[in-house]
Write a protein that binds this ligand. Structure first.
Ligand SMILES: *[C@@H]1O[C@H](CO)[C@@H](O)[C@H](O)[C@H]1NC(C)=O
Ligand SMILES: *[C@@H]1O[C@H](CO)[C@@H](O)[C@H](O)[C@H]1NC(C)=O
Ligand SMILES: *[C@@H]1O[C@H](CO)[C@@H](O)[C@H](O)[C@H]1NC(C)=O
Ligand SMILES: *[C@@H]1O[C@H](CO)[C@@H](O)[C@H](O)[C@H]1NC(C)=O
Ligand SMILES: *[C@@H]1O[C@H](CO)[C@@H](O)[C@H](O)[C@H]1NC(C)=O
Ligand SMILES: *[C@@H]1O[C@H](CO)[C@@H](O)[C@H](O)[C@H]1NC(C)=O
Ligand SMILES: *[C@@H]1O[C@H](CO)[C@@H](O)[C@H](O)[C@H]1NC(C)=O
Ligand SMILES: [Zn+2]
Length: 854
């Protein structure tokens, strides 16, 4: 094995010096990692004999890395395929803003809000059907990611146990565990089936009417993706809101699965996604972990994804202008990104008891050295929440995650599907705004010398502090020694008590026996408490910890604890109590720590928790749009439905056909918008490059050679970025499907032809039509590199004048406003580039005359 690699490297060394060097380095790294892994497994075995070496206890998500890779030029992003959501009704007079370039039938719409459980369809057609990516036989060398095009299969070889997991571009050597046999496929179907069922209960969505339509423009997903079945594209899929294409390709490290969205509807909601589950982890032992992992990954498809954030809608059905907020946080000492969505903030306040306006949003994972971020909650703050960057069997779905999906505007969440998250509960504003070395009580420890109670008092634990070989980032230096810190980079190297494997107070089976001398009892109602108790005439042993497990109960608004079967009431705020027959004290927890149910003592709590229809700051409810009253219990028609709808008895607006949103204040676009691939925002049809399949903003020089029709148009002084597909085949399609039809429609026919001929000598109508068609198809990108700049108003006018056409230039779905600024639209200076100024003046005069006649 070694010698083969050696000869590979030698070959490369000979022909390409630089590359050879890199290869060699990678090989050295592999050798190093392999020995390290071996050592790890050995150690593992000594601790835990009888278990296999594939006993992974957590899933590391690589969604951030996948997104980073998808941003690279040439990678497919998403496509927008508009869906029908409302009943089409009769042929009422059309409401449209002029654009009819692609002539299509129209229908008027009725506002409907009835959301139904989301219907997710699982398609397994691609399982095992990718020759170069699926493991079929032991020793198969398959692609993972996109290994260099001219690399020899097998080099670079993937490191199976790579840690931390990195989305590899490498060749994978298949083992028996990577082949998805019948048993593995059955587990896969069962696990995914349960996931789909779970989401059906947790989320409701406005159902797609008729068949779900998919574009199938390019392969869906990551890692080569999956081609959509032909019949999905041609006929659509019945009774479905989202299609998930499943594959079982290998992964490295402890990444069990990954998933991405690949098509969105006109509102930005994912309608197709790609889910990959590694066969290696489809084992009976990993079943629980896999369930949690799949819920996590499908959450990414549904909307927990920075790309999806840019499509989120508010209750008015407008694009949200703020989903996250990035700011330098002076207290924490670094840049943080926070989700500032209203329901996320509200549920966070109720969870943490953070009713101060110092709390502005819930932090996203910054990566802790993992590069990019944006797809996960900050582990320091949410710990075992399912949408943190690592998932294990204790992961829970919190209301905050469901709130994020609801704030997308696409879903209604069923909050009774949320689990109880203990971490941070009722810890107050300081918990979410201060660095973790200033946390109080069990959330923080600073020496590994002493044991303590874990944060939820369910176990006795220790305080792991690691000495790293390098210094930690400045903001994570909680100790005088810059290289000392907690064990989790995702949790910002914070130090907190971690349960001993035999330290559980609640699970008598797994824990060591209780110490009778200390009056301890273990069992479901026991909790860990600080204590110096010991039976009279005995001494606490030197091995005794400063804590123990004691029974508790909540009666008559009082916390009671038992020592040796004797119950005593605790002071409400907690503190020491004594027991007859024992020396020393038991330190009672505060009442709210163990007994709080609905009412929380946190200062600033609001009446009835604002019925979860409003944000609670300093004791005052700030009701969401559509709710009223001191506790937001009353539904109201906001702004009398803006005069565009009817206020129903239940306080909901029934909007006129042209308006949407909770207050009927938002204009709807005519369906031409979405049929052209635009995204509607308050009557304005927006075009973003990343909303299209396979489109990126790229140098016009790149597209010239391939998009023949528009070549000369783009050559004229329009360097810079244009929104266009990068693949020649898609470019060709673009020309056939968009440029040519537009071009032909722009051609005035019949009688107009005659007038055109009059002008032909001065101004070429044919060329003008072609130009406009090209501008419409290939728009300039703005500086941010994603938004497409509408075609200039003047370009439309020039075309009309040249061709005697009457295209509606006030159509803001396509053209910029009349007072366009030079660089803020596509194709403004087109006229001056074609004709020398003098000739242009002449044309202008003629055109003026022409306009008068019109
Ligand atoms: C793949 O693994 C097998 C078995 O471990 C080994 O014999 C083979 O040489 C490996 N192939 C490559 C290209 O490393
Ligand atoms: C909401 O969740 C609860 C509890 O899991 C479940 O019983 C109920 O059916 C769900 N509601 C809907 C509409 O699915
Ligand atoms: C809010 O932040 C300010 C400035 O850091 C601090 O002085 C104040 O005590 C904080 N208020 C609360 C309620 O945490
Ligand atoms: C550790 O924390 C305790 C209180 O929680 C404090 O008294 C002590 O000084 C701290 N020690 C160090 C080394 O920071
Ligand atoms: C509850 O406590 C109150 C005083 O704190 C006492 O008067 C009352 O009798 C108690 N009730 C029960 C059922 O123990
Ligand atoms: C709700 O609002 C209506 C009208 O504004 C009012 O008549 C009614 O009393 C309110 N109900 C509550 C519970 O506040
Ligand atoms: C566009 O092309 C120019 C010149 O060829 C080059 O300098 C520039 O980096 C390119 N930009 C991108 C984003 O590819
Ligand atoms: Zn993830």
């Amino acid at each position: 094995m070694l010698s083969r690699r050696g000869s590979d490297a030698g070959f490369r060394w000979g022909c390409k010096l630089g590359l050879g060097f890199v290869t060699l380095e990678i090989l050295l790294l592999f050798l190093y990692l392999e020995t390290k892994t071996a050592a790890y497994i050995e150690e593992h075995h000594t601790h835990d004999p009888g278990r296999g070496n594939e006993n992974i206890v957590s899933h590391s998500c690589i969604h951030d890395q996948i997104l980073e890779q998808r941003k690279k030029p040439g990678h497919k992003i998403y496509s927008v395929t508009p869906q029908v959501y409302q009943e089409s009704t009769t042929s009422k007079p059309l409401y449209r803003r002029g654009r009819a370039l692609l002539g299509l039938s129209t229908f008027s719409v009725k506002q409907r809000e009835a959301k139904q459980p989301i219907r997710i369809y699982l398609n397994y057609d691609a399982v095992g059907h990718s020759a170069d990516r699926d493991c079929r036989n032991v020793g198969d060398i398959v692609k993972l990611g996109e290994p260099p095009v001219n690399s020899v299969p097998g080099s670079p070889l993937c490191n199976v146990h790579g840690e931390p997991p990195v989305f590899g571009d490498c060749w994978y050597n298949c083992t028996l565990e990577d082949i998805s046999g019948e048993d593995k496929q059955q587990r896969l179907r069962k696990a995914l089936g349960q996931t789909v069922e779970w989401f059906g209960k947790a989320l409701a969505v406005e159902p797609v009417r008729g068949n779900l339509r998919l574009s199938g423009y390019s392969a869906c997903g990551q890692d080569g993706g999956v081609q959509l079945p032909r019949e999905y594209v041609e006929e659509g899929v019945a009774n479905v809101d989202l299609v998930l294409l499943v594959t079982t390709r290998p992964t490295t490290g402890n990444t069990l699965a990954w998933a991405v969205a690949c098509e969105r509807d006109q509102w930005g909601r994912a309608i197709a996604g790609h889910v990959n589950v590694a066969p290696r982890h489809l084992t009976a032992e990993a079943e629980t972990l896999l369930s949690a992992t799949l819920i996590h990954e499908v959450m990414h498809v549904l909307g927990f994804d920075p790309h999806a954030f840019s499509h989120f809608r508010d209750e008015r059905k407008r694009r949200r202008n703020k989903v996250t907020e990035q700011a330098m946080d002076e207290k924490i000492g670094r840049m943080v990104t926070r989700v500032v969505l209203p329901r996320v903030v509200m549920h966070s306040r109720f969870h943490y008891g953070a009713f101060s306006d110092n709390f502005t949003g819930l932090e996203l994972e910054d990566g802790g050295g993992r590069g990019t971020s944006g797809s996960h909650w900050e582990k320091r703050l949410l710990m075992n929440e399912i949408m943190t960057g690592s998932v294990d069997t204790r992961s829970v779905v919190s209301k905050m995650t469901l709130a994020l999906l609801e704030d997308s505007g696409w879903y209604e969440a069923n909050y009774s599907m949320a689990d109880h998250l203990d971490w941070g509960r009722n810890q107050g504003t300081n918990f979410v705004t201060l660095p973790c070395n200033l946390w109080k009580g069990a959330y923080h420890c600073n020496t590994s010398q002493f044991s303590g109670c874990t944060y939820n008092r369910e176990a006795e634990g220790y305080c792991p502090i690691v000495s790293y070989s390098i210094d930690l980032p400045h903001w994570a230096q909680y100790f005088p020694q810059a290289n000392k810190g907690g064990q989790s980079s995702l949790a910002d190297y914070c130090t907190y008590f971690v349960a001993y494997s035999d330290g559980s107070c609640t699970d008598a089976n797994s824990a060591r026996p209780p110490d009778r001398m200390l009056g301890e009892v273990r069992g479901s109602d026991s909790r860990c408490m600080s204590s110096s108790l010991v039976r009279t005439r005995f001494m606490r042993g030197s091995t005794a910890q400063g804590n123990g497990c004691y029974q508790h109960r909540c009666v008559n608004k009082t916390l009671e604890v038992a020592v040796d079967g004797m119950w005593k009431a605790c002071p409400e705020m907690g503190g020491p109590i004594q027991f007859p027959g024992f020396n020393g004290d038991l330190i009672c927890p505060a009442y709210h720590e163990l007994c709080s149910t609905v009412t929380m003592p946190a200062s600033g709590q609001c009446p009835n928790s604002c019925n979860f229809n409003g944000d609670c700051v300093g004791g005052q409810c700030h009701c969401f749009l559509g709710f009223q009253g001191h506790d937001c219990s009353n539904r109201s028609c906001p702004g009398q439905c803006s005069g565009h709808g009817q206020c129903l008895a239940n306080g909901m607006c029934l909007c006129d056909d042209r308006y949407a949103g909770i207050d009927c204040s938002t204009e709807v676009c005519d369906e031409q918008c979405s049929l052209h691939g635009g995204v509607c925002d308050n009557g304005k049809c927006e075009f973003r490059c990343s909303d299209y399949a396979g489109y990126t903003c790229q140098n016009s020089s790149v597209l010239l050679s391939t998009l023949s029709k528009c070549q000369d148009v783009l050559e004229i002084g329009h360097s810079g970025q244009h929104c266009a597909p990068s693949e020649p085949s898609v470019l060709q399609q673009l020309e056939e499907v968009v440029v040519m039809p537009n071009y032909h429609r722009l051609f005035p026919g019949g009688a107009r032809k005659l007038i055109n001929n009059l002008f032909h000598k001065q101004y070429d109508c044919d060329a003008a039509a072609k130009k406009l068609a090209c501008w419409i198809s290939i728009q300039k990108c703005d500086k941010d590199g994603d938004n497409r700049l509408r075609v200039c108003h003047s370009a439309c006018q020039s075309y009309n004048k040249a061709c005697g056409a009457s295209l509606d230039c006030s159509d803001l779905t396509l053209f910029s406003g009349e007072n366009e600024q030079g660089n803020q639209c596509t194709g403004s200076d087109e006229v001056s580039h074609i004709k020398p100024p003098r000739a242009l003046d002449a044309i202008k005069q003629m055109l003026l005359m022409y306009r008068c006649r019109e």
